[in-house]
Ligand binder design. Structure first.
Ligand SMILES: NC(=O)c1ccc[n+]([C@@H]2O[C@H](COP(=O)([O-])OP(=O)(O)OC[C@H]3O[C@@H](n4cnc5c(N)ncnc54)[C@H](O)[C@@H]3O)[C@@H](O)[C@H]2O)c1
Ligand SMILES: O=C(O)C[C@H](O)C(=O)O
Length: 345
């Protein structure tokens, strides 16, 4: 667990309802925040529900799925942390699940099996995302939306189109969650650079599938003089990280635990941004004008009270990364167009 998150979890467990620190001094009251998780009974949804229950910034935790959420909610609700937990099951309860949500996290949809690409999930997940986005535009149009469902490169444009049609689109409030790529890049880099993983930072740009995932190891900190072939191998491993897990799970799904961790980190950043914490910066796949032909692109973004406050520049890229950027454009462009076309039908 990231050290700051570990401290959050510790303080969640020790915090009282009157917001006293462990030493007993009164602190600033923490704002009320409702977080809804759509797909909460799934492989990602369950551990993500647990992690969000441990987050002291959450006051109401709303767990929605087509089935199974009352059990998940009953289970995590016994944890002695701040939030009140409610489970909602079935479409007729979706409105109640979403009403008043500040942050909506969406890990709903089918995962990959060995041999599949993320795009192979499009036919099923596009429809799921479209209907969930329609409900968000109706019940909590101002929420920050954290899209986890794959293919993220297309599901984010789908949600954007749905919101546009409903007249509720605010590009600052829609995020594709690419945090797992960053988490992987940090872990793999620390292993090769032989530096403490907790100190490592690596920006990951582009999108969230294969070559569209572009880690910028030239900007990794702490810097290490790794050979070109090591950087190439680290890049390939980060791009194939999801497939590595899908293969190892041998038909039983894709990354769930590491994704729940990554999703919890990103949602925590959104909550901190909403609460006015300064300098909250994470990589995310958002509407962007950094690359002319790619209306959605992952890069470092500053998250604030209204969502995306600033899209940070890409910084200087090595020749290898510059080539990687050229290589990802065609695939990312076509995934974006596929999502937009689907949602406009
Ligand atoms: N962004 C990322 O980095 C990342 C990482 C891992 C997985 N994923 C994606 O996340 C998605 C979920 O993965 P998983 O392993 O949790 O799958 P899962 O099958 O274990 O869980 C998905 C859950 O979604 C629910 N669901 C289906 N239709 C729904 C609807 N209309 N409304 C609400 N819930 C619905 C299912 O009932 C199930 O509980 C997949 O698309 C997967 O590819 C993304
Ligand atoms: O690889 C997958 O299908 C799931 C997810 O996108 C991941 O990166 O682990």
């Amino acid at each position: 667990m990231r050290p700051s998150m570990f401290r959050s979890v510790q303080s969640a467990v020790s915090r009282t309802s009157s917001h006293l620190t462990r030493r007993g001094y009164a602190t600033e009251p923490v704002p009320e925040r409702k977080v809804a998780i759509l797909g909460a009974a799934g492989g990602i949804g369950q551990p993500l529900s647990l992690l969000m229950k441990l987050n002291p910034l959450v006051s109401t935790l709303s767990l929605y799925d087509i089935a199974g959420t009352p059990g998940v909610a009953a289970d995590v609700s016994h944890i002695n942390s701040r939030s009140e937990v409610t489970g909602y099951a079935g479409e007729e309860e979706l409105g109640k699940a979403l009403e008043g949500a500040d942050v909506v996290i969406i890990p709903a949809g089918v995962p990959r099996k060995p041999g599949m690409t993320r795009d192979d999930l499009f036919n099923i997940n596009a429809g799921i995302v479209k209907s969930l986005a329609t409900a968000i535009s109706k019940y909590c149009p101002h929420a920050l939306v954290n899209m986890i469902s794959n293919p993220v490169n297309s599901t984010v444009p789908i949600a954007a189109e749905v919101f546009k049609k409903a007249g509720t689109y605010d590009e600052k409030r829609l995020f594709g969650v690419t945090t797992l790529d960053v988490v992987r890049a940090k872990t793999f880099y620390a292993g090769k650079a032989k530096v403490p993983v907790a100190d490592v930072n690596v920006p990951v740009i582009g999108g969230h599938a294969g070559v569209t995932i572009l880690p910028l190891f030239s900007q990794a900190t702490p810097q290490a003089n790794l050979d070109d072939d090591v950087i190439k191998a680290l890049t390939a491993r980060t791009q194939d990280g999801g497939t590595e897990v899908v293969t190892a799970k041998a038909g039983k799904g894709s990354a769930t635990l590491s994704m729940a961790y990554a999703g919890a980190i990103f949602a925590d950043a959104c909550l901190k941004g909403l609460n006015g914490v300064p300098d909250v910066i994470e990589c995310s796949y958002v509407q962007s004008n950094l690359i002319a032909e790619l209306p959605f692109f992952a890069s470092k973004v500053r998250i604030g009270k209204n969502g995306v406050e600033e899209i940070l520049g890409l910084g200087s890229l090595s020749d290898f990364e510059q080539q990687g950027l050229e290589n990802l454009k065609a695939e990312l462009k076509s995934s974006i167009e596929k999502g937009i076309k689907f949602a406009s039908q």
